[in-house]
Design a protein around this ligand. Structure first.
Ligand code: FE2
Length: 311
């Protein structure tokens, strides 16, 4: 990576950051967080996003998330430094945020989780459009995901889930039919991605009293509007998490989610990952329902490549 002085004053705004464009064109997926490049506007955007979520977090977020926020000691007025985040997080669960330049193929993403690394976008959305964001940014990744990673039960769930990607690659490694290998990996990966979506990204939890639902999914925790909608709207279908449904349910990313799944505890979520793993071994993920949002070629290729490496 060229010296950051070249990019001084250009900011780290999503889709408008020359530093990131250069990293991508150099093929660099894992990068540093060049903190000095954040502009005054970037910090102001973080401050606005962070301030306006406070009330909604207090009202709707899962207690483990709120505990995580306390542990991480974010500065409300500045984009967090990943090294500070890691200083507070690593002693709790071993998880670390790892800066990336953008898209991380699915296998690599899951592999990072299995090693307690969380690929983290370092750009921040444009302050002109706080709400609509087609891609992740540092507010989604750090304020939405990372507080949950301070919880030991949730962290163990992520690690076990990430390891499922290795299991998938191992299972097809000896297959001689390349097309069948690709088809099977696509199906398994579809199942894994759907599980991630409906739990880690958009999960809800019922509390012990059974009366109240809280939010632990990062897509909801980083959305000012959807966190309210997910719990309050009568139009949202909310059902107890059923694994056979989740792995066969396709999803759309460009509007509020009409269907959400509820777990009772993070221990239950961990058990669901164990079941997912058992189902994978038994071949039950080899033919999940295709959806319009099937895997990108880069995602499928990442799994194929992994399955071609020696054990
Ligand atoms: Fe996410």
């Amino acid at each position: 990576m060229a010296t950051t002085a070249l990019y001084a004053g250009m900011g780290l705004t999503t889709t408008k950051a020359p530093y990131i464009e250069q990293a991508v064109s150099n093929g660099e997926m894992y990068i540093e967080q060049p903190y000095e490049l954040y502009s005054t506007d970037n910090h102001a955007t973080w401050q606005r996003l962070y301030a306006r979520m406070q009330e909604n977090w207090g009202r709707y977020a899962n207690q483990r998330f709120l505990d995580g926020l306390e542990t991480l000691c974010f500065e409300p007025t500045h984009v967090p430094r990943l090294e500070d985040v890691n200083r507070f997080m690593a002693p709790r669960t071993g998880f670390r945020a790892k800066a990336v330049s953008g898209f991380v193929p699915a296998f690599d993403f899951f592999d990072c989780l299995s090693r307690r690394e969380f690929p983290t976008t370092i750009t921040i959305r444009d302050g002109q459009s706080l709400d609509y964001l087609p891609e992740p940014d540092i507010f989604h990744d750090i304020a939405g995901h990372v507080p949950m990673h301070t919880d030991p039960a949730f962290a163990e769930t992520l690690v076990r889930f990430g390891a499922c990607a290795h299991l998938a690659a191992d299972m097809v490694r000896d297959m001689s039919d390349r097309e069948e290998r690709r088809r099977r990996l696509s199906s398994i990966q579809n199942a894994l991605q759907r599980f991630f979506w409906f739990t880690v990204e958009f999960g809800l939890m019922r509390d012990a009293s059974g009366q109240r639902v809280t939010v632990y999914g990062s897509g909801l925790l980083s959305s000012f509007g959807e966190i309210v909608h997910s719990v309050e709207s009568p139009t949202v279908q909310r059902y107890p998490l059923q694994l056979e449904w989740v792995i066969n349910q396709h999803f759309e990313i460009d509007h509020y989610q009409p269907l959400l799944f509820i777990v009772d505890s993070f221990d239950q979520l961990y058990e669901q990952v164990a079941t997912l793993e058992a189902w994978m071994k038994a071949g039950k993920l080899d033919h999940v329902t295709p959806g319009w949002r099937d895997m990108s070629q880069a995602d499928v290729e990442s799994f194929l490549e992994a399955s071609l490496r020696p054990r």
